[in-house]
Ligand binder design. Structure first.
Ligand code: ZN
Ligand code: ZN
Length: 473
């Protein structure tokens, strides 16, 4: 068209901008913006919005922001494009700030804007704000949108309130594939494996074809429940639906094989992968070899992780723990030294709890919280009852230097501030250790409280002395 000397206009530029956004090609994006500046439509709101959206989709957020700020006028699409761009880049506070400005300026926000902001609340587990947005969505008559609905399903699930996820899903007047995937992920992460399989059937009956995410979810569910045959069946079903297995599906399969103790089969599976294994594939093998006390395979997996330049302190600790458990103390010491030498901190674990609209964050052995004295007092007091009920604190290994890991402190605050009858919801950025897992089971038995703990991999719902994961995590 350009060669035929047809000048680009306010119709053709946005169309091309959309395509460049899909391709996510920064240099094409800059060229197209440059070209648009030479046309009479350089300040047209639709042209500028399409350029802004294109920049956001190419991860050129500075450029997107500049276009936004310099636009003579903005519409809801301009606001949404920048909000979505920030959300995709994980710039959570920018999303919230911009959304507040949009509401303040009286912009007629749409379902795309709402779903982006609700997704941010889900990622950061800000239940209070998320629920407020749910209310606002109802007020703006946007709650029937499948985009808003899917985001709400994820929000409630990630905040540990699965009932609300199901309620939102069941009441959705219109569902899209993303809504089905959201509810599948929610069920899998909370260990409702039967529900996952039933929903998968229902989803197909409703005319939806499973995609990449759907299968990842099915495999994760099988892995959490240790269902090897089902996992293999779903994995082999992928090509039938035209879905190419990606690195995450391979990682889920390795995790599943490892969980049921098929360590050598898992290793063979990795070696026969048609694509290069990613870090989480070796990580799954390392975790499994540790659980099944196979120090040789653990060392092999760890070696691969080191070669890939893994900076995860969790992996190094896992390796040291495996050697120690196998009685190979020299190698355990070497693994700890390698970690220190690389400047990684031993315990990067953090836990947090939302109370009164504030996120309270704790590190292990933390004494910085304003109510620290009370928190330790209540934990000691409950601890006495736990020990009377048969709990034996682990005074070796992991708890040598600190009395309480971070999640225990967060739960301690929960005992003080969360009303009776309301579950104490705590999030943690790494896997929960054996001792804390046991301790929390006793804590719920002795206090009658329910604790919902999200760790790196899944949700644990502790109630009356047992955990929903069935001690398998
Ligand atoms: Zn712990
Ligand atoms: Zn558990």
């Amino acid at each position: 068209m350009l060669l035929a000397r047809v000048p680009p206009n306010h119709h053709s530029i946005p169309s091309v901008a959309r395509v460049v956004g899909f391709l996510s090609d920064p240099s094409l994006a800059r060229s197209l913006h440059g070209l648009s500046l030479k046309t009479p439509f350089a300040t047209d709101v639709f042209v500028l919005t399409s350029v802004l959206d294109m920049y956001a989709k190419c991860s050129l957020l500075k450029e997107a922001q500049k276009v936004f700020v310099e636009m003579p006028e903005r519409n809801v699409v301009s606001w949404s494009a920048l909000i979505c761009g920030y959300a995709d880049a994980g710039l959570h506070s920018s999303v919230l700030h911009l959304f507040r400005s949009a509401l303040h300026d009286g912009v007629e926000v749409n379902d795309c804007t709402f779903s982006s902001v609700i997704r941010v609340c889900a990622e950061t587990t800000m239940l209070g704000l998320g629920a407020l947005l749910h209310g606002l969505a109802i007020k703006f008559n946007l709650d029937s949108s499948p985009f808003v609905g899917s985001a709400l399903v994820s929000l409630y699930s990630k905040c540990g309130i699965l009932d609300s996820s199901y309620k939102v899903f069941n009441e959705m007047p219109e569902r899209n594939l993303s809504a089905w995937n959201s509810v599948l992920i929610a069920s899998a992460q909370h260990g409702n494996i039967g529900t996952v399989f039933n929903l998968f059937e229902a989803m197909q009956a409703a005319g939806f074809q499973p995609n990449y995410v759907t299968f990842l979810c099915l495999l994760t569910a099988c892995s959490h429940a240790g269902l090897l045959d089902e996992g293999k069946r779903y994995f082999s079903l992928m090509p039938v639906y035209g879905v190419e297995p990606g690195p995450e599906h391979y990682a889920a399969m390795v995790d599943l094989l490892g969980r049921v103790g098929r360590i050598s089969e898992a290793l063979f599976f990795i070696q026969s992968m048609p694509i290069e294994p990613i870090e989480s594939v070796w990580g799954a093998l390392l975790t499994a070899s540790r659980i099944h006390k196979d120090a040789n395979t653990a060392a092999f997996a760890a070696q691969k992780l080191f070669e890939m330049g893994s900076r995860s302190p969790g992996m190094h600790m896992l390796l040291a723990g495996t050697y120690r458990a196998a009685g190979r103390h020299l190698e355990a010491a070497q693994a700890r030294k390698a970690m220190r030498d690389s400047g990684l901190r031993k315990d990067a674990g953090l836990s947090w709890l939302e109370a009164g609209g504030v996120i309270h964050t704790f590190a292990s052995g933390d004494q910085r919280h304003g109510r620290s004295v009370e928190i330790y007092r209540v934990l000691e007091e409950v601890g006495k009852r736990m020990e009377a009920a048969g709990y034996e604190p682990d005074t070796s290994g992991v708890h040598r230097n600190v009395r309480y890991h971070s999640e225990r402190l967060a739960i301690g605050l929960g005992l003080l501030v969360v009303p009776e009858g309301v579950p104490i919801r705590v999030m943690k950025n790494i896997r929960v250790c054996n001792d804390c897992h046991t301790a929390i089971k006793y804590l719920t038995k002795c206090t009658g409280r329910v604790v919902v703990l999200r760790d790196l991999n899944r949700f644990h719902r502790f109630e009356n002395g047992t955990c929903s994961c069935g001690d398998f995590w």
